[in-house]
Design a protein. Structure first.
Length: 337
């Protein structure tokens, strides 16, 4: 029997062609994380004259949760999370770039069917044991960044029953990735009557955290199985926390908050140059576009002797701009592995 070694851990994932059925093509998630067998265990309460209780036990509900740790976000792998958490995006080409656009639904006709979601099978473990599950979809993810660092991403994949994988890991090629650097990000804030991304706000963004509860949930029904029967999307929740240099922009946005004024926020982060520039994109790109209003502003804080202030933004549909929220990723990967 092998003894598990941390350095030999892997997370392998495959895009399912048929939801719930593993494909034969796997790729490596370039990060860390752990798989939780989330089956529900019940020891029935009973009065049978045994002081310590007996070992009667059953599992009424099965499931798995793959927690991807907070690690460097990359242009090449973040579409896995968005494909499994918003809806599967078909890329368009722009020069050598492949553009994937993810928009949250606004009206009934926009709502994605569960078949529009890219689901994943996972293998996770080390040299001692490999566990697996299928029908993985993202229930929440977080994108966060600080000046002078990389953007970081974490995500929770919910799936069906976790099992021991006797076939263990498969041989895969480790993908080449590029980190999304926070200090190359640009912040734009506009009135709801303007075009999003029109007004660049310089020298003020020091930290940002995007929290997304995707709304995708596994529904348990009496359908002959103990894990979830199907997927559906309920209302998503999207919040963006921004740390401002305590300057005129911060004061202006606090005033907009006090007056319940809708705002359009865009964070744009360019990476390395595409090998062939397109009509719209010259660089690898991550763009976060949100309409909504400030929920709260914290009291003035301090970072290394410098005054800062944190604003908490809630994404909501705005009728003037007819927008809600979207994320755009541009990389040079034609087909996600």
């Amino acid at each position: 029997m092998a003894n598990g070694i941390k350095a030999l851990r892997q997370i392998q994932m495959s895009r399912e062609s048929t939801q719930g059925t593993p494909s034969t093509d796997y790729t490596v998630w370039r990060g860390t994380g752990t798989l939780l067998d989330s089956r529900e265990s019940i020891f029935p309460v009973e009065d049978i004259g045994i002081f310590g209780g007996v070992d009667r036990q059953y599992y009424p509900k099965l499931g798995a949760l793959m927690e991807l740790d907070d690690i460097e976000a990359t242009y090449e792998q973040i579409p896995h999370i968005l494909d499994a958490g918003i809806r599967n995006a078909t890329p368009t080409t722009d020069g050598s770039g492949y553009v994937r656009s993810y928009s949250w639904p606004i009206v009934t006709s926009d709502i994605a069917e569960s078949t529009d979601l890219q689901t994943y099978s996972f293998k996770c473990g080390d040299n001692n044991e490999v566990e697996a599950f299928s029908f993985g979809h993202v229930v929440n993810f977080v994108l966060s960044g600080n000046a002078g660092e990389s953007w970081k991403v974490s995500a929770s994949f919910q799936g069906r029953e976790a099992t021991t994988d006797n076939d263990r890991f498969v041989s895969v090629t480790i993908p080449t990735v590029e980190e999304i650097l926070f200090s190359k990000s640009k912040l734009y804030i506009d009135e709801s009557s303007d075009t999003i991304g029109s007004t660049l706000i310089s020298n003020t963004l020091t930290n940002a955290t995007l929290n997304v509860r995707t709304g995708w949930v596994g529904v348990h029904t009496a359908s002959g199985r103990l894990d979830f029967s199907f997927l559906k999307q309920v209302q998503p929740e999207i919040r963006l926390d921004i740390t401002f240099e305590h300057n005129g922009t911060a004061a202006l946005e606090k005033n907009k908050w006090r007056n319940k004024t809708a705002r359009l926020l865009k964070i744009l982060c360019d990476g390395s140059a595409l090998s062939e520039a397109g009509a719209t994109y010259t660089y690898k790109t991550l763009a976060i576009n949100l309409a909504g209003k400030w929920d709260t502003f914290e009291k003035i804080g301090e970072l290394d002797g410098n005054d800062i202030v944190v604003g908490h933004f809630v994404a909501r549909y705005n009728s003037t701009s007819a927008t809600f929220g979207s994320i755009v990723v541009v990389n040079e990967v034609a087909t996600m592995p």
